[in-house]
Design a protein around this ligand. Sequence first.
Ligand code: IPE
Ligand code: IPE
Ligand code: MG
Length: 252
Amino acid sequence: MGIARGRHSKTDKKHVARQEPFPLTHVAIIMDGNRRWADLRGLPRLAGHRQGVKTLKELVKYVGRHGLKYLTVYAFSSENWNRSSEEVDYLIGLFAEVVRDELEELHGSKVRLSFIGDLSTLPANLQQAFRQASQRTRDNQGLSLQVAINYGARSEITEAVRRIAADVKQGRLSESEISAELVGSYLYTKDIPDPDLLIRTGGEMRLSNYLLWQSAYAELYVTPVLWPDFSPAEFERALCEFALRERRFGGD
Ligand code: IPE
Ligand code: IPE
Ligand code: MG
């Protein structure tokens, strides 16, 4: 641990000096490992989530300052309701608190904030806070930050299929117009390009129902680093790995 820390802090310094633009447009992240981070320190597990928010804040600052266009983060999946009510309540409260406390600073740094997922089942005050935050920042030209909350890719796609079927039935769309592009335009991410890079912290080699459609050709990067420890230097490490990948999109 001590050795790894030393190495990281050096890298941290080195990477603060980034001068080149990022070599990609859209990064998606599965921010996993908050509770393990807390367990390792003998802290209450909820403290891991709070630390995770700090990590996100730092990363958003870092990537925004260096001109990344799109960042989409997984904050709460449609399956995360299966956790204890104590944890779920804490997370819902935390989202409300973060939006309230961070909105003006995000707005000041020209971040455009939006929320993807089935927001309709969230508490009314949280829905209202999300709407206000999206409205307030909608014209910002800096980083576009999508936060996935109560998000599940299968229900996103299922819902898209249902709406496409309804549009065909009512004559607004013909069957021959249904293409991959059209399906994409019925998803939460309709206005943004597909992710180039999908990062998962916490070491699990799975997608956990995240951006299944959009990640068809995303490069995958899994790191054992737990989310609360994921520094800008770790982000740079992921980008170095990305730069070595050869993206073929099925060609030669
Ligand atoms: C990710 O960390 C945050 C959420 C899913 C809300 P976890 O809470 O899944 O932490 P681990 O993976 O159990 O350590
Ligand atoms: C994925 O993490 C969801 C988020 C990071 C919000 P989980 O911890 O819920 O995923 P599983 O249960 O390990 O697949
Ligand atoms: Mg987890």
